[in-house]
Design a protein. Structure first.
Length: 260
């Protein structure tokens, strides 16, 4: 159980890294971060490497996340993986509703909602992704989109669950494009999300819920993004695939969050 908004930095590996590559990375990375405190560090390998990653990270300060889950516990759902299976493999977190899942694989706010509930039921910490497209931003619909994604995606959660949740604000136009939101744009969206969480789940839960930023986070911008008062961490795609660059993002982000 978290009782404070300790900075949270997660690496989303997407469909990269074999089991052997995962084990090599995690062994090297855990040694580099072993004395780094004041930040929650997570990596999300593909399903095939989850168990090996969890074994390689055992008794370290590196947590393991899956990149998705299915909401039923078991059944005739070819190709799907349940929260219980992910938990048994040794992961403690799961990314839900990433924009690639929404645009390429049909995830909706309704399915995100089922997955978030299933994650809690399985004892996993959900990292629930929200964010607007470029068109939506240009039409000034960003806040409406975020409101809908949060309202529907988190519908039915208790305040206690909300307090343990991680919301990842990932503007779709910033993912994998090299074009990150400015710290001011990120803070504006995060502040809005926090305001809604306060309205819908109460001030105590909203004060504990992490709202992290994702979209072209790199070693040279993690400090400015994490220096913002409502940016509680980062979800990092491409730059998390390299041990040294992810390490730099973690340390610079943590240091900036400490100074704010
Ligand atoms: C992501 O995949 O969640 C992401 C933010 O990717 P990138 O950092 O590569 O933009």
């Amino acid at each position: 159980m978290r009782d404070a908004r300790t900075p949270f930095v997660a690496g989303n590996w997407k469909m990269y890294k074999t089991v052997a590559e995962t084990v090599k990375y995690v062994k090297e990375f855990r040694a580099l971060v072993k004395d780094i405190d004041g930040v929650e560090i997570v990596v999300a390998p593909p399903f095939t490497a989850l168990h090996a990653a969890a074994e390689a990270a055992r008794n370290s300060n590196v947590g393991i996340a899956a990149q998705d889950l299915y909401w039923d516990r078991e059944g005739p759902f070819t190709g799907e993986v349940s929260g219980a299976m992910i938990r048994e493999a040794g992961a403690e977190y799961v990314i839900i509703g990433h924009s690639e899942r929404r645009t390429l694989f049909g995830d909706t706010d309704a399915t995100v909602n089922r997955r978030v509930a299933a994650a809690f039921a399985a004892g996993l910490c959900p990292i629930a992704c929200v964010g607007e497209t470029l068109d939506q931003r240009e039409r000034q619909e960003t806040f409406d989109v975020l409101d809908r994604q949060i309202r529907q995606g988190l519908d039915g959660l208790t305040s206690d669950q909300l307090a343990q949740l991680v919301v990842a604000y990932e503007p779709v136009w910033a993912i994998g494009t090299g074009r990150n939101a400015t710290p001011e744009q990120a803070e504006e969206a995060h502040g809005h999300i926090r305001k809604r969480l306060r309205q819908w789940f109460g001030p105590d839960a909203a004060a504990l819920c992490h709202v992290i930023y994702g979209g072209s986070v790199k070693p040279d911008n993690s400090a400015s993004l994490l220096s913002q008062p409502n940016v509680d961490g980062a979800l990092v795609g491409g730059a998390s695939l390299d041990v040294r660059s992810f390490l730099e993002i973690v340390t610079k982000g943590r240091d900036a969050a400490r100074r704010r």
